[in-house]
Design a protein around this ligand. Structure first.
Ligand code: NAD
Length: 480
């Protein structure tokens, strides 16, 4: 059985206590590796290593840092197939998705920030010809990067790459449910000549290793992606230490389908937005709002398409929906489907556990589920389920659609489907979400601000936002 190890000061080591936790393959339900159960001594060592490496990393300058990051991206690309396989086994996502989305995006994240720092400029202001002000951006110090299980290496690199590019040294903790690709990535670091201590990867439970990173006085910024309830805990722990904090949290995203949309496109992309990665993407559209005049037609064809999606062994190329991350998460998703029935919803397809024969008979599979007949105020439409479950509801007017879209505490992403550009502008402006897609979904330009409003987060990632987060602005005023 493979033993995943921490990566501290360039060494692959177990937790100081020697304790390990089981790591499951969600498609089979079997333990296939073990992961260090790290605690405060491990985090202390990692933070010390990161502090010790800081001066050397900064002295390498932007060209030196960019070169090493690009080398890491090249090495990851060279080994992309084994990373994709590892990601699929660790998370239950289909191998096809890991190959086409997760690993290519992890490579792109690293290249993007390796290149961005080469193009960064600083501000200067001439003040009435009596002084020059210039603003230098300095690395914030040791950064803590805590990432979730749904897009493991994708989100790990989305944080670690800008932190390293900005000149920070890092203590990173991937989810204890999906530690494998971060471990494999840490093995590449020495070969890429990343100096020891620049990136430290410490594995373990959120309540122990994660908490210790947030609480550590030597960590000056914490970039966190995960659930809203965890974000609240992290904010409370970080506040008294005046750390910089970036929080990317949960969502309950609306897809608003107007009658004047390109019906076929809206339908196809909405099916993807609902069930890609088993619905376990923070950006998935889980509340579909459809203009009344096309509601019946949309529901009928959507259910036909959803029913045709294949659920099963994530390693098979013809599978659309893989396994959910854990038995506990499968039970949570199933409990929401029961609740939806109690709340008066009609389950038009799915609504049940899928039993897969053979290798995956112990895996955690749930059928794509479509529910109608619910108000926006019920729990099914207010709580993040984070599984292959969507609701569809009709609206009569534009203002009703906007009110329904804005009716939850979340504000991460929304998709709007209309061929009317004026309407698209109006609705985009009125919907309270940080990310709006018009006639598309998950179409990403890494330069754009990424993040949520309301309980979906604090701050923005992406482009200069990320590099600014990992730096402090220092203004120098020179009197002439
Ligand atoms: P989670 O909050 O349970 O865990 C996320 C990470 O935080 C893990 O590494 C975990 O070990 C760690 N953690 C848990 N408790 C902690 C604590 N007290 N202190 C420090 N760290 C702690 O989330 P999850 O279940 O892994 O991921 C699913 C959630 O993530 C969903 O709510 C989803 O919407 C959200 N998400 C958001 C985005 C976004 O960009 N907004 C992207 C992906 C996922």
């Amino acid at each position: 059985m493979e033993r995943i190890l921490n990566y501290i000061h360039g060494d692959l080591v177990p937790a100081a206590s020697g304790a390990f936790m089981d790591n499951y393959d969600p498609a089979t339900g079997r333990v296939y590796s073990v992961v260090p159960d790290s605690e405060s001594p491990d985090i202390n060592r990692a933070v010390e290593a990161a502090h010790a490496a800081s001066a050397r990393w900064q002295s390498m300058g932007i060209a030196g840092r960019s070169k090493i990051l690009n080398k890491l991206a090249d090495m990851l690309e060279g080994d992309a197939e084994s990373f994709a396989l590892a990601e699929s086994m660790d998370s239950g996502k289909t191998l096809t998705l890991a190959r086409t989305l997760d690993i290519p995006r992890a490579i792109a994240n690293i290249r993007f920030f390796a290149s961005a720092i080469m193009h960064e400029s600083s501000d200067a202001h001439i003040t009435d010809h009596t002084a020059i002000n210039y603003t230098e951006r300095v690395p914030v110090g040791v950064a803590g990067c805590i990432s979730p299980w749904n897009l493991p290496l994708y989100l790990f690199t989305w944080k670690v790459a800008p932190a390293l590019a900005a000149g920070c040294t890092v203590v990173a903790k991937p989810s204890e449910l999906t530690p494998m690709t971060a471990y494999l990535f840490s093995k590449l670091c020495a070969e890429a000549e990343l100096p020891p201590g620049v990136l430290n990867v410490v594995h373990g439970a959120g309540s122990k290793a994660g908490h210790e990173i947030v609480a550590h006085p030597g960590v000056k910024a914490v970039s966190f992606t995960g659930g809203t309830a965890t974000g609240k805990k992290i904010a409370a722990v970080a506040a008294p230490t005046f750390k910089k904090l970036s929080l990317e949290l949960g969502g309950k995203n609306p897809s608003i389908i107007f009658a004047d949309c390109d019906f076929e496109q809206a339908l196809n992309v909405s099916v993807q937005a609902s069930f890609t990665n088993q619905g376990e993407i923070c950006l998935c559209g889980s509340r579909i709002l459809v203009e009344a005049s096309i509601y019946e037609r949309f529901v009928k064809t959507f259910v036909e398409r959803a029913s045709k999606l294949t659920v099963g062994d994530p390693l098979h190329h013809d599978i659309n929906v893989g396994a959910l991350i854990s038995s506990a998460h499968r039970d949570k998703v199933m409990s929401y489907i029961s609740l939806a029935r109690e709340e008066g919803g009609s389950v038009l397809c799915g609504g049940e556990i899928v039993h897969v024969s053979g290798r995956c008979s112990g895996g955690y599979f749930v059928a794509p589920t479509v529910i109608t007949g619910l108000t926006q105020q019920c729990h099914t439409n207010q709580d993040e389920i984070f599984g292959p479950v969507v609701t569809i509801a009709p609206f009569e007017t534009e203002s009703e659609a906007i009110a329904m879209a804005n009716s939850t505490r979340y504000g991460l992403a929304a998709s709007i489907w209309t061929e009317n550009l004026r309407k698209a502008h109006r609705v985009s402006s009125a919907v309270q979400c940080g990310i709006i897609w018009v006639n598309c979904w998950l179409f990403r330009d890494l330069r754009t601000p990424f993040g949520g409003m309301k309980d979906s987060g604090v701050g923005r990632e992406g482009g200069w936002n990320a590099l600014n987060f990992f730096t402090e602005a220092k203004n120098v005023c020179i009197k002439l």
